[in-house]
Ligand binder design. Sequence first.
Ligand SMILES: Nc1ncnc2c1ncn2[C@@H]1O[C@H](COP(=O)(O)OP(=O)(O)OP(=O)(O)O)[C@@H](O)[C@H]1O
Length: 240
Amino acid sequence: MNPSGQDTALLRCRSIGKLYGEAQILRDVSLDLYPAEIVALLGPNGAGKSTLLTCLVGLILANDGDIELFGQDIQQLDTQNRIQTGFVPQEFSGFSWMRVKQLLKLIAGFYPASGRHWKKLEDWADLDSSKKVQELSGGQRQRLAIVLAMRHRPRLLILDEPVSQLDPQARQDFLSLLQEHAREQEAAVLLSSHIVSDLERICSRFLVLHHGRIIAEWPRETLQPGEAESRFLAMTRDSN
Ligand SMILES: Nc1ncnc2c1ncn2[C@@H]1O[C@H](COP(=O)(O)OP(=O)(O)OP(=O)(O)O)[C@@H](O)[C@H]1O
């Protein structure tokens, strides 16, 4: 599946395996992400979604398999490609004593001075930049994590439950921005969420991870409205 008509995957992984101690968390996971597509990662609690997403951005090492970003091995990724990636973790932690404006400035320093700051995204986040990170609410902290990951408009974006703490209006507006980002930047986006109706709104493909394996892949055009959720529930219930 390649919605942009371009052959080059921005992310390609093959046969990823991950162990924590003796426990096999991921098994033989392969996937490609292409420009201008938003792909959903579904899976019940403990399926391995966060583990997979964290491996895909190189924050933890897989035990088996290969991961390439922009055609480069993830362990050899050069700075030029590294700054074209963005990651929203499931929980944003650290930097608690810093003021929001200090943190934004610090992170901006990793990107070229000419780097675009996506004003519309910052307006959406509506953060009080004079506050310390530890003074932010859970939802405000999630907005900050999103701004930090997306403000430089990365071509490859991985998001781990990015809307779990957002209020309904913020969530809807963010999903629209995410679509705009994928379209305008021809960005490849992979995101996990337990709110399947959100994913049905914006994703062109659904991957189902269960017990560390991808057990299904559905292009959106093969689904009726609401069918991703019902199929997912039936599939994970039956294979428990
Ligand atoms: N650092 C760790 N050390 C040991 N086991 C871990 C570690 N992190 C995760 N696990 C285990 O790996 C499995 C997958 O966890 P993961 O967080 O990837 O699942 P998930 O699909 O993201 O779940 P959720 O929907 O609840 O966020 C779980 O059984 C979890 O207990």
